[in-house]
Write a protein that binds this ligand. Structure first.
Ligand code: SAH
Length: 220
């Protein structure tokens, strides 16, 4: 007997976290620890219920307040560049916590995660989203992350989830010796920029084109 499966709504059913990880691998993400970290975080729990069917698509999704949860491939790519050749990410600052998704992924790769957000209701949402996971190494902070987080500096890793016109000086200053900072830079045309601090010198490397919401100053 043939069992006919009825597919609904034009969306491919059975999208899963495991499939998303497979897809990232096919797209060229090689770092197993990064893939594992992404595979541990149910992205579905960070988006509104109405978007749950898209949670494991490799796309950005709206999280309100004109902000988006980043595209998994871009999260993976940034983490891979930060992680390459290192044992872990160490003390990590995330600028732009949004819904808390990337902070959850970071918790599996970093010793400590300080995630900063400038929109209060989003920070509250990140806190609610992260609570069930009980990560002992993630702290959220309501602040303008373009100023870094002086009280917790220096950082081995800084990851910025919003695009800056140029690298904020405060972030460079708060990078530990041997530390790495990654951020999208540009206006309409943005690229990923990796900054490595070595012996007082900041080495910059540019990677692929990306599209992020802008890094804004102040809090709201
Ligand atoms: N990493 C997030 C993606 C959030 S989108 C996630 O996983 O959901 C980028 C976020 O950066 C937005 O929430 C935006 O409010 C925030 N942002 C922009 N400029 C900022 C700044 N100067 N300080 C802190 N957060 C900022």
């Amino acid at each position: 007997m043939t069992v006919k499966r009825i597919e609904s709504g034009g969306h491919t059913p059975h999208r899963t976290l495991a499939r998303l990880v497979e897809r990232l691998r096919e797209q060229g993400i090689r770092d197993e620890r990064v893939l594992q970290a992404i595979g541990k975080v149910p992205r579905q729990q960070f988006v509104e219920q109405g978007l749950a069917y898209s949670a494991y698509d490799d796309t950005p999704l709206p999280i309100g307040y004109q902000q988006t949860i980043s595209q998994p491939f871009v999260v993976a790519r940034m983490l891979e560049l930060l992680h390459a050749g290192r044992v872990g990410l160490g003390r990590t600052l995330e600028v732009g916590a949004g819904c808390g998704y990337q902070a959850a992924v970071l918790s599996h790769l970093a010793s400590d995660v300080y995630a900063v957000e400038r929109i209060r209701p989003l920070l509250d949402r990140a806190r609610d989203n992260l609570r069930p996971f009980r990560f002992a190494n993630v702290r959220l902070k309501y602040a303008d992350g373009s100023l870094g987080l002086p009280e917790a500096a220096p950082f081995d890793t800084i990851i910025v989830a919003a695009a800056a016109r140029e690298v904020p000086q405060a972030l460079k200053d708060q990078l530990a010796e041997g530390g790495r900072l990654i951020l999208p830079v540009g206006g309409l045309n943005q690229v990923l920029l990796l900054v490595e601090r070595q012996g007082g010198v900041f080495r910059e490397s540019r990677y692929e084109a990306v599209r992020f919401v802008p890094l804004l100053s102040g809090t709201e």
